[in-house]
Design a protein around this ligand. Structure first.
Ligand code: TPP
Length: 483
């Protein structure tokens, strides 16, 4: 073969197909043929063609711990603050694996700081599990402890607040991470993050005057990493994404390559991709700057880890933007207050039947014989510790891990807790005031079962919950407010 393939000079068609399928046709697919520079294309080929992608035992354990932490955090919020907006990460828990991997790799090569921007989806989870914001502060915001003088003073503020924390990954190297505050306006934070990263970078290495001679001498070290997390609909739909990408290689604006992570849950609020964009992929806009795009299946966290490593390594090698397209799903509605089975009934039938990323990964590890587990059903290992911290509600984080955390807004004023509601819901799991997690009993047949497989008993039907159909087994009704 001219040019070689996986160091083979002669190969049968069968061998060639085997190498190519293994490299590109599994849970990680790479778009790079739009890149014109043969060096960059060759580099990608060398990383994946004929290269083993085995994940070490300690890495598997680490992935499982990350998924446990991500899932238990959402599960706690889902059951404790029923019906409250949180823009959950369920279905996209591998986001935490991708971010953890990128940051750990960045720490290992001596990156001084990371500036991050993201919208609502999974932001609380990222703040808790990546930036190191305390559960105390996050749950306090759910309890209504918001600074009334903070921007807008509304309950939405918790998805807009910035934070500064310290990330410590598996390497044990600390990395300061700044999460930029963001407005509701999707993607508006992108150029802000680039500006923040560039300003921090300029403090370390003053910029040149941009003339060709100066540029030739410019040290191509970019000690600050910019990291942007997007939604699929917003990445394709917002013009500011293209504007920001267009700045990425200009000497006055460049930051040495931004790592973009698109949480591609294949729906934008209620809009399906075919109604949201004309491009094939949500990430196609990034092709205009010849960024490589790593499409990865979010149900394969090992592939997600690999995609994150490849993406960061490409950024380090060529100082260009890279995109990770995390193809996943959204388990609940857009903000937990809406029921997606009204607008996407078929999709949500499939999603309802899906096991979580953590559960699937645990099963894979058990099947492969990588771990022995008698009960892969509940979050175990690290999440045991995480859940005990969660159940003690508002206990401060016990170790110095990922500290110090500092919020960029003023600390919230303390408020007295509201008196406990005396009435109990028919489902017996919470007070009458809170929306019932099992929906309205009066609208269900006795054979219906909850998403967790619990069967409903007819005995509970005399209660007066508001009647509302319960489509495709999803919990959707809300209890009336306590008088
Ligand atoms: C500029 C702008 N347009 C519209 C909205 C309203 N809006 C909020 S979330 C959302 C859907 C976003 O979908 P996607 O980017 O796929 O993220 P997801 O919520 O699915 O994670 C829309 C249209 C907004 N906040 N900002």
């Amino acid at each position: 073969m001219a040019d070689g393939l996986a160091a083979l000079e002669v190969a049968s068609l069968d061998e060639i197909l085997h190498v190519l399928r293994d490299a590109y046709c599994r849970t990680l697919g790479i778009e790079y043929m739009h890149i014109q520079d043969p060096v960059q294309k060759r580099w990608i080929q060398e990383q994946v063609e004929g290269v083993s992608s085995t994940v070490q035992k300690d890495e598997q354990q680490h992935i499982l711990e990350l998924l446990n932490s991500a899932e238990v955090f959402e599960r706690f919020l889902h059951t404790r603050y029923v019906g409250q907006k949180r823009f959950g990460l369920e279905g996209a828990e591998s986001t935490i694996v991708v971010l953890d991997t990128v940051l750990d790799e960045a720490a290992k090569v001596g990156t001084q700081e990371v500036v991050m921007g993201m919208a609502h989806r999974g932001r609380l989870n990222v703040l808790a599990n990546i930036v190191g914001k305390s559960y105390q502060e996050i749950f306090g915001e759910f309890e209504g402890n918001l600074d009334p003088e903070s921007v807008q003073g509304s309950g939405d503020v918790k998805y807009h607040k910035g934070a500064v924390g310290k990330f410590t990954g598996r390497s044990g190297i600390d990395l300061t991470i700044t999460m930029a505050s963001n407005p509701s306006h999707l993607e508006a934070v992108d150029p802000v993050v680039e500006g923040m990263a560039r300003a921090k970078q300029d403090r370390v290495l003053p910029p040149t005057d941009g003339t060709p001679a100066a540029l030739a001498q410019e040290q191509m070290t970019f000690p600050v990493l910019s990291l942007l997390v997007h939604g699929d609909a917003a990445f394709a739909g917002q013009g500011v994404v293209a504007e920001t990408l267009n700045l990425s290689q200009l000497s006055g604006y460049r930051t040495g390559g931004t790592v973009h992570l698109v949480i591609n849950n294949q729906v934008g609020f209620t809009t399906a991709p075919q109604a949201a964009r004309s491009s094939m992929y949500a990430t196609d806009v990034a092709k205009m700057v010849q960024a490589p795009i790593f499409h990865v299946n979010g149900d394969d966290p090992e592939a997600c880890m690999r995609a994150a490593r490849l993406a960061f390594a490409f950024r380090q090698r060529f100082h260009k933007d890279v995109v990770i397209d995390l193809v996943c799903y959204r388990r609940h509605g857009h903000n937990e207050g809406d029921d997606p089975s009204y607008t996407q009934p078929l999709m949500y039938q499939l999603i309802d039947a899906k096991r979580s990323v953590r559960k699937l990964y645990t099963e894979v590890l058990v099947r492969r014989g990588d771990i022995t587990s008698t009960r892969p059903k509940r979050p175990s290992t690290a999440s045991t510790a995480a859940s005990s911290r969660l159940s003690t509600r508002c206990a401060p984080r016990p170790s110095a891990h990922r500290w110090p955390y500092r919020s960029t807004s003023r600390p919230p004023p303390s408020r007295p807790s509201p008196p406990a509601c005396p009435k109990t819901c028919w489902c017996a799991s919470r007070s009458w005031c809170a929306p019932c997690p099992r929906g309205s009993p009066s609208t269900r047949s006795s054979s219906a079962s909850s998403p967790s497989g619990t069967s409903w008993s007819g005995a509970a039907r005399s209660t007066g919950h508001s009647a509302r159909p319960w489509p495709s087994g999803r919990c959707s009704s809300r209890a009336p407010t306590c008088a």
